[in-house]
Design a protein around this ligand. Structure first.
Ligand code: KG4
Ligand code: ZN
Length: 344
């Protein structure tokens, strides 16, 4: 079986062709980074328009690289939740049109489940049940994942996502977008103890939630005080930028690692799977490895190429196909987190 998977939840237009034995025949990711750079964050309207322009060329290129044509496909899968409404719509409409034209099944993909499934793909074996940590630009959530398709929420951010905090702090420091890689690079020359930024909710062992908004504000106050400020005119020294980046990054990583360990303890599970763009962070990867070794837990972090948004992780569609979970043309987008079937 060959399945075309489509991903357009945020600012990457991606497609891949995977087989029912999880072989990846081709994968294409068209990033919109250059379009959003100027705004230091994703502009939803620009993202949706760019998806419209890019989706068919990306699908064509994916087929070309696999040496296949649309008539060789057995199904098409598309991420329909959660994400930006306009972005999701483009992928879902494209998938529906191609399914109708070629009379093949349509499969829905939950983007968050897909981020965790990236760990399953890399491990090349079952990794469930596990605790799942998804840390990305839009989400910072912990789940008890009984199976690839059964996620029970354990906790999540009560305000900003971790990646969003990276992006906003990078903007304050006049670093490039996306902020995660830029902060990580700047932090290489910085002292992680230079500034004592808060670790919100970390000491509260009753909850598995995150909060990154106050941490972001603490950085702002540290570098610019409380009044109105034009960050482009701050003129911070390279060393200060490096120290802020290192101290901020360590604070975020402390929170993500601390709550992940707490989730393992709380659930009694011995496996932690980590996905999403922030999982590409080297310090987070190192610290999680160290922490899991200490408590004897098995750790699976998505490989770098599968941390940020991609369509390969849409191979989770195979799990749905195997359970006859096929959609009809009434398939809708579900941008929010609260109403996702079985996942909140
Ligand atoms: O998963 P993703 O591609 O898109 C969403 O679903 O949101 O994640 C993008 C986020 C951005 O906020 C970006 O700054 C962050 O992942 N990110 C990182 C790193 N690489 C990307 N954050 C920290 N360290 C990194 N190396
Ligand atoms: Zn994502």
């Amino acid at each position: 079986m060959r399945i075309l998977t489509i991903e357009s939840t945020c600012d990457e237009t991606a497609a891949a062709i995977v087989t029912d034995s999880f072989e990846v025949l081709s994968s294409v990711v068209a990033s919109q980074e250059a379009l959003h750079q100027e705004f230091k964050g994703v502009v939803p309207e620009i993202a949706a328009r760019a998806h419209v322009q890019t989706i068919l060329p990306v699908i064509d290129e994916t087929l070309k690289r696999a040496g296949l044509s649309l008539s060789d496909l057995d199904a098409i899968a598309v991420a329909n939740e959660p994400g930006l409404a306009g972005s999701l719509l483009v992928g879902v409409v494209a998938a529906k049109a191609l399914c109708v034209a070629h009379n093949i099944p349509l499969v829905a993909v939950n983007h968050l489940q897909a981020h965790i499934f990236a760990c399953r793909l890399a491990a090349q074996r079952d990794v469930f049940p596990c605790v799942g940590l998804i840390a990305s630009g839009g989400h910072s959530n912990l789940y008890c994942c009984q199976s690839p398709l059964e996620f029970e929420p354990l906790g999540g951010t009560i305000d900003d996502a971790a990646g969003e905090a990276f992006d906003k702090v990078a903007a304050m420091l006049n670093l490039s977008y996306p902020g995660g890689p830029a902060i990580s690079k700047a932090a290489e020359n910085g002292d992680p103890q230079a500034f004592a930024f808060p670790r919100p909710l970390l000491k509260d062992t009753n909850i598995l939630d995150f909060s990154f908004s106050g941490l972001k504000t603490a950085v702002r106050y540290q570098i610019a005080g409380q009044g109105q400020v034009d960050f482009s005119e701050l003129n911070l020294s390279d060393q200060t930028v490096a120290d802020v980046a290192a101290s901020f990054q360590t604070a975020v990583v402390d929170c993500l690692v601390g709550k992940s360990l707490l989730a393992l303890k709380r659930t009694g599970l011995g496996v932690l799977c980590v996905g999403g763009g922030v999982a590409a962070n080297h310090l987070l990867r190192e610290r999680l490895q160290h922490a899991c070794t200490e408590v004897g837990a098995e750790l699976h972090i998505a490989p770098m190429a599968l941390c940020t948004d991609n369509a390969v992780m849409g191979a989770i569609a195979i799990e749905r196909l195997q359970r006859d979970l096929i959609e009809d043309l009434s398939l809708d987008i579900n941008p929010g987190l609260r109403r996702i079937g079985g996942v909140t």
